[in-house]
Design a protein around this ligand. Structure first.
Ligand code: BDP
Length: 330
């Protein structure tokens, strides 16, 4: 057995022991990872999840959230929740695509026509297939949070056509599909932890990045990169999920508490998201950001064909899922 597999097996065994312990008399704290600051829709959703669990289980279960990425960056935290070093989290489906190929279909640029279409797809059979992929990877999905649409921003000039990306270096999340996406548009991409982006924009290590309005605002990136171009190339849901072994070790009553808490937190998060998206947009515009809408995104969309082709070539078994998602939006 190679060292990674051996360590993995040991960690899973350790996680299983902790589960056995958790089902005993003493409550065990469930450590929850969050990349965002406390005042953020994801954070509010997670706090609600924890609050309901702690309250309804009468102290038997104790969920806690660590905000601001203090428990590590996202790719590491994903491994930690899979292996049981951390118990629960909200992850973006972007970096989750690296551990569950099914989840990667939502990272195909422009696959969703709108946030509403994304909701319909994720709440249907395609969403279930993605959830099953995550379960295979050791993560139990409990609900899908909103994260709006991501657009490019940079320090140099507005982007109106793919040509405008030429010569610019963009930070992307950890997922090779995004490197391909930026390359297909004519720019350069470099994966980098979220927490390093602000400084890298300030010092010119990168020229730009891409994100939704609330993250562009809360991360302070708008202070460093003032051209925000509304490409909306990715509409990525986020997954409220927990370590599968911990979940599997729960009694039926406890699972019900967890699902009820997750449902309530999803409702709260989505409402909070809609309000925050507006507020953040107003805030960055008031701060002097130059926002440009792109009326016709055809050139951006058609440039993505090689990204789709490569993906299907590498994952022929997922061609049906890609088509099902496209057909569901016709
Ligand atoms: C935000 C997501 C967060 C990502 C971040 C990023 O909510 O999960 O880590 O983007 O760009 O919108 O890394």
């Amino acid at each position: 057995m190679n060292t990674f597999l051996k360590n993995t097996t040991l960690t899973i065994a350790a996680a299983a022991m902790t589960v056995a312990f958790a089902t005993g008399a003493e409550a065990r704290e469930w450590r929850g990872w969050n990349i965002h600051p406390p005042e953020y829709p994801v954070s509010e959703g997670m706090e609600e999840f924890a609050r309901i669990i702690n309250e309804k289980s009468g102290g038997e279960l104790e969920a806690k959230v660590y905000h601001g990425g203090v428990l590590g960056d996202q790719p590491d935290a994903i491994q930690q929740v899979r292996l049981g070093g951390l118990d629960w989290a909200v992850f973006n489906l972007g970096p989750l695509g690296e551990v569950a190929p099914e989840a990667n279909v939502v990272s195909l640029p422009f696959i969703f026509k709108s946030v509403d279409a994304m909701h319909v797809v994720m709440d249907g059979p395609a969403g279930q297939q993605i959830a099953d992929g995550l379960i295979k990877a050791g993560l139990q999905p409990l609900g899908w949070y909103d994260s709006g649409a991501r657009s490019f921003y940079n320090t140099k000039h507005p982007i109106n056509t793919p040509d405008d990306l030429k010569g610019l270096k963009f930070r992307v999340m950890s997922n090779d599909l995004y490197v391909q996406m930026v390359a297909a548009l004519g720019g350069n991409a470099t994966p980098m932890p979220y927490g390093e982006v602000y400084q890298s924009l300030k010092t010119g290590v990168i020229d730009g990045a891409e994100n939704n309005y609330p993250s562009y605002d809360s991360s302070g990136h708008f202070e460093a990169a003032k051209f925000y171009s509304v490409t909306q190339h990715l509409i990525l849901p986020e997954c409220l999920c927990m370590n599968k072994a911990v979940y599997d070790g729960l009694s039926d009553d406890e699972k019900k508490i967890v699902h009820d808490a997750a449902d309530a937190s999803v409702t709260l998060q989505r409402a909070s998201w809609a309000a925050r998206a507006e507020k953040s947009k107003e805030k960055v515009v008031a701060a002097g950001i130059e926002v440009n809408e792109i009326a016709n995104k055809d050139a951006f969309q058609s440039a993505m064909q090689p990204v789709y082709d490569n993906f299907i070539k590498a994952n022929p078994d997922l061609a049906g899922l890609v088509k099902a998602i496209q057909d569901a939006q016709k």
